[in-house]
Design a protein around this ligand. Structure first.
Ligand SMILES: Cc1cc2nc3c(=O)[nH]c(=O)nc-3n(C[C@H](O)[C@H](O)[C@H](O)COP(=O)(O)OP(=O)(O)OC[C@H]3O[C@@H](n4cnc5c(N)ncnc54)[C@H](O)[C@@H]3O)c2cc1C
Length: 518
């Protein structure tokens, strides 16, 4: 017999499956020996008053968990001799497109400009030390895409259709812990993601697909409005009647290439701001109402949103116990982002705080057509780079100083390893962003007393929140209106934001290629 029940547990009990049996036995009034298995279904924290966890579980009473319900890598069919479909980019969109194509009997052939996940690590460590940016291998480019060396938060605000549980199950089958299936706000951590990505690659290769690294797609082969293949590194050609273009929001050369080949693009609203870092202990004390969170509670997170003068200002990609990282992809620009490992155990809490950017804001660049919003983004990134001395050091200012409009004489300790340069961020950011950030911080402090603090530091700039360009596609066929067989996909094409929604879009594009109704 199986029964679903909800348990109310202390933080130390919630993460210790050994102790669940005792709680279930007491709750149901049955001996522990009759409980053969407990499957967790949902775990969420309630920190409104005294902190505790709610754990929903399925209890197997006198019955074992059937083997068929254990999560393992599915047996993918052999597609080595099937019709090849080119996928450009091995981010979440490209990888999930590949697995879906295999399930439907197509052979994915992935071209990825960056290195495999292991080789990429070396370039990322040079970047973290502030020594060198490799423009083809960094936080955005390389196997696993932008999501690999990240926090690996797996929740999505997207309300688009998509099978989120299927994506999470695939990640578990490839090595993620089952915790991601039950936590209200699941995350994997940067220490675990590379292994999962490498395991997905093995599944693709074992099924007869292909994955090519250090191969940059530099052109499309199009004849009479039909996709014919791709050009690699301006010299080699690879034929294919279907191409899934999943190159992410930082592949600016891809947008330029499409424009030069006469394909329509559109400027698109996005969001831009700064990354803020507080001592984790301060965020813990605000969120948990206690000075020390103790050994069992996770580093506290927050989610803040407000409206200032008709615009949304919101926290974005919050990384409790994380670090701020340099995520530029080109020289002469400074971009930051955040990440954390699975234990979320750094002494800092960081988050992007972004202001919605709308067409009125890029009017001055309107003669650049589809690149107007991108030009605004590039201009601000270049200003951040110049302001901080044209290295990987980042411009920074204490939070209270920013709100008061005065420069910071000193800066607090910060996790951003390449180093900070004290800068008035209002000189880096356009006024419509700086002034709204300033007002939003006051509002956030009213929501989280103590949030507005001079122990917090703002680091510039958080500019790659989503793509400033959209590659149009037909809503039903998901193909570009001018080229049949070209499937713009994922965050770079403007149809996703974050790991999960990008993976879902990869699945959708692959189903469209396979002609499967969605
Ligand atoms: C540091 C950091 C932390 C993040 N943390 C989170 C998080 O915790 N949770 C979350 O949901 N999201 C997070 N994100 C955002 C998330 O990573 C992206 O939304 C997601 O990866 C987008 O997926 P994608 O497949 O569409 O594109 P991408 O992941 O950007 O992948 C695109 C791939 O295409 C390749 N490519 C580009 N151009 C070419 C070309 N011409 N030829 C061949 N290959 C090419 C790139 O090298 C890249 O590997 C983070 C991003 C960063 C940078």
């Amino acid at each position: 017999m199986r029964r679903e029940i909800e348990l109310k547990l202390t933080p130390s009990e919630a993460f210790d499956p050994q102790r669940w049996k005792h709680a279930v036995s007491a709750r149901l009034g049955i001996p522990e020996g009759r409980i053969y298995h407990i499957r967790p279904l949902k775990r969420s924290i309630d920190a409104r008053h005294k902190v505790f966890y709610r754990l929903k579980v399925e209890v197997f009473i006198g019955e074992h968990l059937p083997l068929s319900e254990k999560i393992s890598i599915p047996s993918y069919p052999d597609v080595s001799r099937k019709i090849p479909v080119v996928i450009v980019g091995a981010g979440p969109a490209g990888l999930f497109a590949a697995l879906t194509l295999i399930r439907h009997g197509f052979k994915p052939v992935i071209f990825e400009r960056g290195k495999d996940v292991k080789a990429r690590k070396y370039d990322i460590s040079l970047l973290n030390r502030g020594e060198k940016l490799n423009t083809e291998s960094n936080y955005c480019f390389g196997e696993g895409g932008a999501g690999t060396y990240s926090d690996g938060k797996l929740y999505t605000r997207s309300t688009k259709r998509g099978n989120v549980p299927e994506i999470l199950h695939t990640l578990v089958a490839h090595g993620a812990t089952e915790d991601i299936l039950i936590d209200a706000h699941p995350h994997i951590g940067t220490d675990k993601l590379p292994g999962i990505i490498a395991s997905i690659r093995r599944s693709i290769l074992d099924a007869g697909g292909e994955v090519h690294f250090n191969k940059r797609v530099s052109g499309l082969l199009v004849k009479n409005g039909k996709m014919k293949g791709v050009v690699l590194d301006s010299e080699e050609e690879y034929p294919s009647g279907s191409v899934i273009l999943a190159t992410g929001h930082s592949a600016r050369d891809i947008y330029r290439m499409l424009d030069q080949q006469g394909l329509q693009l559109e400027a698109k609203p996005f969001a831009l701001g700064i990354r803020i870092e507080h001592p984790q202990q301060l965020i813990d004390s605000i969120q948990y109402h206690m000075p020390d969170r103790g050994p069992h509670l996770p580093a506290a997170a927050y989610n803040l949103v407000t409206q200032v003068e008709g615009r949304g200002v919101f926290s974005f990609c919050m990384c409790p116990g994380g670090i701020i990282v340099p995520s530029s992809t080109g020289s002469n620009e400074l971009v930051v982002n955040g990440m954390s490992n699975s234990k979320r155990n750094s002494p800092y809490a960081n988050s992007g705080i972004a202001v919605a950017v709308e067409p009125a804001d890029w009017q001055v660049y309107n003669d650049e057509g589809p690149f107007a919003a991108l030009r605004l983004q590039e201009t601000i990134e270049a200003a951040a780079w110049s302001a901080a001395g044209r290295t990987l050091k980042a411009p920074a200012q204490r939070m209270t100083d920013f709100v008061k409009g005065k420069p910071s004489a000193t800066l607090p300790e910060c996790s951003y390893n390449p180093g900070l340069v004290s800068t008035s961020l209002s000189a880096v950011l356009p006024d419509f962003i700086a002034s709204r950030l300033s007002k939003a911080f006051v509002d956030f402090d009213a929501k989280m007393k103590g949030y507005l603090s001079n122990e917090a530091v703002l680091v510039g700039v958080e500019s790659r929140t989503s793509s400033p360009v959209r590659i149009p596609r037909n809503e039903l066929t998901l193909q570009h209106p001018q080229v049949s067989g070209l499937y713009p996909c994922g965050e770079g094409a403007g149809y996703a934001g974050g790991i999960i929604s990008s993976a879902i879009d990869g699945v959708r594009c692959a189903l469209a290629v396979a002609g499967k109704p969605q």
